[in-house]
Design a protein. Structure first.
Length: 228
């Protein structure tokens, strides 16, 4: 029996490991033993990472000092019914346009953009992901989306070292107060659950980093059969 069919929780989180992929320029990740049972009586890990490590959320403060920080966002924004956008038809470096955004109101939901790109995690191709165009970001805001997640490195195009750095989708979403989640993994399982007649809920609770721009999350979905 599959995860979706059994109604079990579906983990959408990449493991945090030493040397794991990070967004270009972000702090590298290191985890190592700080204490050991053999030497100290207990095992304790020392962890060095950035606030945008792995599967994480961005608070609006990520792009502007004047916008809300992570600990100013209500917990309700990190959980809710999922609205799934199937963007798997978009190829490497393709812009996802407003045609992918539903016209129904999105208030109170978590919009999950499923590109299928997490299968490329750990490869150079991962950074050539499809991305949310400015028009699509605007359409999400117009539909009252308040939390938007994607199974790619960014909702924006990831720029190379010789390209101008720009975050138009982040600018549009964050200035509207939208929470962004990035680097989900295996989100295609949510589409399978939906197509099997299940309702999908999302949970994206971040580490409570005071005054932060964002934090790693344990991204989890729950798929349950719809009532007849």
């Amino acid at each position: 029996m599959t995860e979706a069919a059994s109604g079990r929780l579906i983990d959408l989180t990449v493991p945090i490991t030493t040397g794991m992929p990070v967004y270009p320029g972000d702090p590298e990740v290191r985890t190592e033993a700080a204490l050991t049972v053999a030497g100290d009586g207990v095992n304790v890990r020392r962890v060095h990472l950035g606030s945008q490590t792995g599967t994480h959320v961005d608070a609006p403060y990520h792009i502007d000092d004047a916008l809300p920080r992570l600990d100013e966002i209500p917990l309700e924004r990190f959980a809710g019914p999922a609205v799934l956008l199937d963007a798997r038809r978009y190829g490497p470096g393709a812009e996802i346009g407003p045609e992918a955004v539903p016209t129904t109101p999105l208030a109170g939901t978590i919009v999950v953009i499923v590109t299928g790109w997490s299968t490329r995690w750990g490869t150079d191709e991962y950074l050539r992901h499809p991305y949310l165009g400015a028009d699509a970001a605007g359409a999400l805001v117009d539909a009252d989306a308040r939390t938007v997640a994607i199974d790619a490195a960014s909702v924006d195009r990831t720029t190379g070292p010789d390209e101008q750095f720009a975050l138009p989708a982040h600018q549009i979403l964050c200035r509207a107060g939208v929470v962004i989640a990035e680097n989900l993994t295996g989100a295609d399982r949510l589409l399978a659950a939906r197509d099997a007649g299940h309702a999908v809920e999302m949970f994206l609770f971040p580490l409570p980093l005071a005054g932060a721009d964002g934090a790693p999350v344990r991204a989890v979905a729950r798929a349950t059969p719809r009532q007849a």
